[in-house]
Design a protein around this ligand. Structure first.
Ligand code: KG4
Ligand code: ZN
Length: 344
């Protein structure tokens, strides 16, 4: 059995975890940076990189101490090597390289998105390849066919904002604070989801992709009228997101060969309304629904250690000259989506 140390530092969580290939999480240490970024209403890359540099070494020590292990007990050192805020990614990757060199262990450069994509397999031993994955995070909104380790077909992506970005911007517009997703969900719980008329971008469109920028602009306009309660806007926004995701999911599932399981991952997978919709959809289509526990949905070290374990088992390790990647698609062959990269 292999034991892998995994480091995560691509956004605003600094994390280190130790995972064994039999799916035992031996330790996981995590430090959020909300307090560093709250005053700015969003993650400031330079502040994040500095915080990662301060937090990473103590977190690695804490994880090793919790597991009662030393670096010599590790079989490999894994770290997020992209995509993400490049200053932060470099902190984790350089730390992993230094540890790998010092302890003479192999390095595994993990794609952060693969960390999310494989995380459900850490908690569900029965989840076999292939499966359908909805990856919804602060930077991404993609529907993927997961064929195996390092083998993905991207079926759909967003043509503008990521879904988590839409939650975060909505929270900012509504003055709900940061991070936005959980704040919007809390406010929505006390609101009327049909109180505010909002658009459903790309609903019914004859293409597979997602779009959320228009929804965010509509939230701004609705708020500026002064006619609506914040809770009602939050609930109506969340309902619009749920309907858009469902419509787009249906479009793709109707056009591909059946897959046995629908899996959700990424920070937005923590949202109860979205999880409930996905569970219903999967049941209606005879698919198994797999969602990792909430702590494993948002960024963490265990998913990177686990992706490292899966890659290690497949014989995939990397050289110490591996360069951090700000962009790193899971499916490099996917055709460019209309308007991709163009912010609406
Ligand atoms: O995966 P993640 O931790 O970091 C990225 O790789 O982006 O995702 C963070 C995103 C943020 O946009 C956050 O607002 C969103 O996930 N999020 C949520 C919820 N919890 C986190 N969005 C909606 N509802 C939630 N409960
Ligand atoms: Zn993430």
């Amino acid at each position: 059995m292999a034991i892998i140390l995994g480091l995560e530092s691509s956004c605003d969580e600094t994390a280190a975890a130790i995972v064994r290939s039999d799916r035992t999480i031996l330790a996981h240490a995590l430090a959020g940076q909300e307090d560093h970024h709250r005053a700015f209403g969003g993650v400031v890359p330079e502040i994040a990189a500095r915080a990662h540099a301060e937090l990473m070494a103590p977190l690695v020590q804490a994880a090793l101490a919790d597991a009662g292990m030393t670096l010599q007990d590790m079989d490999a050192i894994a770290a997020t090597a992209g995509p993400g805020l490049i200053g932060g990614v470099m902190v984790g990757l350089v730390t992993a390289k230094a540890l790998a060199m010092a302890a003479d262990k192999p390095l595994i450069a993990v794609n952060h998105l693969e960390g999310h994509a494989l995380s459900p397999r850490l908690v569900d031993a029965d989840l076999a390849f292939p499966y359908l994955l909805l990856l919804v995070s602060g930077g991404h909104c993609q529907l993927l066919r997961v064929n195996g380790v390092g083998d993905y077909n991207r079926l759909a992506t967003t043509i503008d904002d990521a879904v988590g970005e839409a939650f975060d911007k909505t929270a900012k517009i509504l003055g709900l604070g940061f991070p936005g997703g959980p704040a919007v969900e809390r406010a929505a719980a006390n609101g009327n989801a049909s109180a505010v008329p909002l658009p459903r971008p790309l609903k019914g469109a004859d293409e597979p992709h997602f779009s959320f920028a228009g929804l965010k602009s509509a939230v701004l306009r609705a708020h500026e009228t002064g006619k609506y309660r914040v809770e009602d806007i939050a609930a109506s926004f969340q309902q619009a997101v749920v309907e858009c995701l469902l419509d787009r999911l249906r479009y793709s599932v109707d056009r591909i060969n059946p897959l046995p399981a629908l899996v959700v991952a990424g920070g937005v997978a923590a949202n109860g309304a979205i999880r409930a919709m996905l569970a219903d959809f999967a049941a209606a289509r005879g698919m198994r629904f797999v969602a990792p526990p909430l702590w494993l949905c948002t960024d963490n070290g265990a998913m990177i250690a686990w992706a490292g374990a899966e890659r290690f088992a497949a014989g995939l390790t990397d050289g110490l000259d591996f360069v951090a990647r700000p962009r790193w698609p899971l499916d490099p062959d996917a055709p460019a989506a209309r308007g991709a990269g163009v912010k609406a």
